[in-house]
Design a protein around this ligand. Structure first.
Ligand code: TPP
Ligand code: MG
Length: 297
């Protein structure tokens, strides 16, 4: 078992108050332990944690381009293997870097079968450059490139199913986690770094600035995503669903109403048609992963 009392991601960095990705970084390193090397793409996490000449990272850390952290990690892993060394090699990258621009390099690294753990901290948009939509942005969320207004209800595309894409590459371990469930997150990181071959973990990491909520509510928002079924915490081992967190589901409204990025669905008037479409996404998630617990009579 890894010693989770170690703080390998230091305080004093420059993240916003209540930053989900900052919490993710801290928990990831607790789960991975000190025998780790991190390759990180350009994005909020890199910017707030490594303002030159300071760094919050207490393990070896290398900055890559926006698009190629997994190629950098592949090279590190190949070199360590040749030297007979045993460090865990991790990529920690945003959703823009993962779902969009880094896809080619990720696919290559997984196809070549490198022994790396690729972790996407998913704040569901390109936050560092000012909240532009990514392939991870949920349906109807308002971003600066999918603004809600007279002609639009926000992002018109559903969130890309990135975990399934990595399952299709034959990844032995693919999982999702949330900063709102820290023990589960740390255990999944520990399992991923100790599973031979390329593993993928996608972490729900609420962004108070981009999603529009008070920084003190990060955990509450994270829990609501799970409780509504809009985010499912699951594990897939060798392509099969091994575990998924069950819940007594709440209506999606509770999650949506708590965030300014969905405000247009409730003001000036409640948009029943669009809210029903988002409820259908949660219902489909629940059916796919079998997460429903029937409430007691
Ligand atoms: C090739 C390239 N295109 C665009 C950029 C500008 N850029 C830097 S970070 C970023 C967004 C990162 O989004 P994400 O990966 O989701 O991380 P986040 O900032 O949300 O944490 C962009 C577009 C860049 N650095 N390189
Ligand atoms: Mg992002």
């Amino acid at each position: 078992m890894v010693d989770t009392s170690l703080e390998l991601f230091g305080c004093g960095h420059r993240a916003c108050g209540g930053c989900g990705p900052a919490l993710a970084a801290r928990l990831i390193l607790k789960g991975a332990g000190e025998n780790s090397i991190v390759a990180a793409s350009t994005g909020c996490m890199e910017v707030f944690s490594t303002p030159y000449p300071e760094t919050a990272w207490q393990v070896p850390w290398i900055h890559s381009l926006f698009e190629n952290a997994s190629a950098v990690a592949s090279g590190i892993e190949a070199s360590l293997k040749r030297q007979g060394r045993s460090e865990h090699v991790l990529c920690i990258c945003g959703d823009g870097a993962t779902f969009d621009i880094g896809m080619l390099c990720i696919s290559g690294a997984f196809e070549r079968g490198h022994d790396i753990t690729y972790i996407c901290y998913d704040n569901e948009a390109y936050m560092n450059t000012g909240v532009q939509r990514s392939g991870a942005t949920p349906y109807d969320a308002s971003t600066t490139t999918s603004p809600a207004g007279k002609e639009s209800f926000g992002n018109k595309r559903p969130k890309k199913d990135m975990p399934q894409i990595l399952v299709a590459h034959g990844a032995p371990y693919v999982a999702t986690a949330s900063v709102a469930y820290p023990n589960d997150l740390m255990q999944k990181v520990e399992r991923a770094v100790n599973t031979p071959g390329p593993c993928y973990l996608q972490i729900h990491a609420p962004c108070s600035t981009g999603w529009g909520f008070e920084g003190g509510k990060t955990m509450e928002i994270g829990k609501l995503a799970i409780q509504t079924g809009l985010w499912v915490n699951f594990e897939m081992v060798d392509g099969e669903i091994a575990k998924a967190k069950k819940v007594v589901r709440k209506p999606v409204d509770e999650y949506l109403m708590a965030q300014k990025r969905f405000r247009h669905l409730f003001k000036p008037a409640r948009n029943e048609e669009e809210i029903a479409k988002i409820q259908a996404i949660a219902d489909a998630n629940a059916a796919k992963y079998g997460i429903d617990i029937k409430p007691k009579e």
